[in-house]
Design a protein around this ligand. Structure first.
Ligand code: LLP
Length: 432
């Protein structure tokens, strides 16, 4: 039998059938239907624990990047561990609030914050706005003044460092829309330090996602430290340095970053330049939640054509867009192992009317019609990027905790599809 690689010990085959913790995936599929997102609580907490251990006694905050998976029950689990959060919209901020997150541990990133989002974040008392441009800083100063509140800010530096990742998820190059170049950053800090309603508290950098090599972190850290030296000359002292997220995971055979080594090396760099008291902030998304999640899907048809064989599954690019968007390779495994069936090579596709609607290509599997497949490593950027394209129903989500299961999101009902839409009245009169 070919070796099957599972994300971690919380997913295991027992007598040829896959379990999440102590719960059979076959039973979950029968009970809740497919497509279905399933998460292991232990896997999430373990990944968070690994980060905490790596950061040890260094002053730090882990701000989970909510965009990776924003289910409020998952946020609640992290909030209970005193995790902080990085948000990029009013919606994410209110999710964190709903989940009981500590607002004093929330950073707000993103290039397009609206006035309304700024007001909301100020009134909830977040830790810091990661500022990405001069006009954004000016707007925040205006909004803060109107509320008579001081806005804590951190400028996001664009260090022009190549993160060696997919171009769509690379953010630290000068041609990217994110952050500001070092020279502009200096002038923004000078301006902010004089502004009555702005308080520069930190410096920020996020160079991309799914990084598999620590070198770009070190390169951008050096550039940020050069900037801190210049600010120091100006008498501007900050209290935190935010390294962003981006730590890669192993979907297939990628090398991964050793967290302890990464954190220790970064701290050494801080120490060497006299910044060891700066609080280190990290904004991990994928590395906390990817391995905890699996997408269960049932084969609807096996279609043989003269060129290819397709497994047509009931999950699609609407549930998991990563293959369509980034040509990402995601692990796809049979839920039940049938050694007796012949092995075939298939493209695994969904029902959506797009040729880009594929989940995996050229996969050798022993399966039959109606079998269940599971995409592992699907906890990050799966459900959070799901859509209702083709009027598909958003999936249910289940959290597994040992022998227990919790439905943390119910499946859409058909009425949800049009609940915010309106039919025209009989005489088709416009609203105004
Ligand atoms: N902080 C900021 C400012 C970010 O923009 C991101 C991700 C993160 C933190 C978290 O990065 P992570 O630790 O998850 O790599 N949809 C893509 C990933 C987009 C990432 C966008 N920013 C994918 O499926 O690969």
């Amino acid at each position: 039998m070919k070796e099957i690689i599972l994300p971690n010990a919380h997913f295991s085959y027992r007598d040829g059938s896959l379990y999440c913790e102590e719960v059979s995936l076959v039973e979950l599929a029968n009970r809740y239907g497919t497509p279905l997102y399933v998460y292991s609580k232990a896997s999430l907490l373990e990944a968070f624990g690994r980060f905490q251990v790596a950061l040890g006694n260094y002053p730090h905050i882990i701000c989970y990047a909510v965009k990776a998976n924003s289910n409020i029950a998952l946020l609640q689990l992290l909030a209970r561990c005193d995790c902080g959060f990085d948000v990029v919209s009013g919606g994410e901020l209110l999710r964190v609030h709903k989940a009981g997150g500590d607002m004093n541990k929330v950073t707000f990133s993103g290039v397009g914050k609206t006035e309304e989002e700024m007001r909301l974040a100020l009134s909830l008392g977040i830790r810091s706005f990661n500022i990405e441009s001069k006009p954004e800083m000016k707007r925040l100063a205006r909004v803060a003044a109107s509320l008579r509140m001081v806005a804590p800010i951190s400028i996001r530096i664009n260090p022009d460092v190549d993160a060696h990742t997919h171009p769509y998820i690379s953010t630290g190059l000068k041609q990217n829309k994110f952050g500001v170049d070092p020279a502009t950053a200096i002038s923004l800090y000078r301006e902010a330090s004089q502004a009555p309603w702005l308080n520069p508290v930190g410096i920020d950098c996020h160079i991309g996602s799914q990084l598999t090599d620590p070198a770009p972190y070190y390169e951008s850290c050096d550039k940020v430290l050069n900037l801190l030296d210049l600010l120091r000359v100006d008498g501007i002292e900050l209290s935190h340095i935010d390294f962003g997220g981006g730590i890669g995971v192993r979907y297939r055979d990628e090398q991964t970053i050793d967290l302890n080594e990464l954190v220790d090396t970064l701290h050494q760099k801080l120490r060497a330049r006299g910044y060891e008291n700066l609080e280190m902030i990290f904004e991990p998304g994928r590395s906390l939640i990817a391995a905890a999640g699996a997408l269960l899907t049932r084969i609807q048809y096996i279609k043989h054509t003269p060129n290819k064989s397709f497994l047509i599954a009931d999950a699609s690019m609407a549930e998991m867009i990563r293959p369509a968007l980034y040509e990402a390779w995601m692990p796809i495994l049979p839920v039940e192992i049938h050694e007796d069936l012949p092995e075939h090579v298939y493209d695994i596709v969904g029902p959506v009317c797009e040729s880009s609607d594929w989940l995996g290509k050229q996969r050798a599997l022993r399966v039959k019609n109606d079998d269940l497949l599971v995409m592992t490593m699907a906890g990050a950027y799966g459900m959070s990027m799901a859509s209702r394209y083709n009027s598909r129903l958003l999936s249910a989500e289940i959290l597994v905790d040992g022998f227990q299961t919790h439905m943390i999101r119910s499946r859409d009902r058909y009425e949800n599809l049009w609940e915010n839409e309106s039919l025209l009245s009989k005489i088709d009169e416009p609203d105004s």
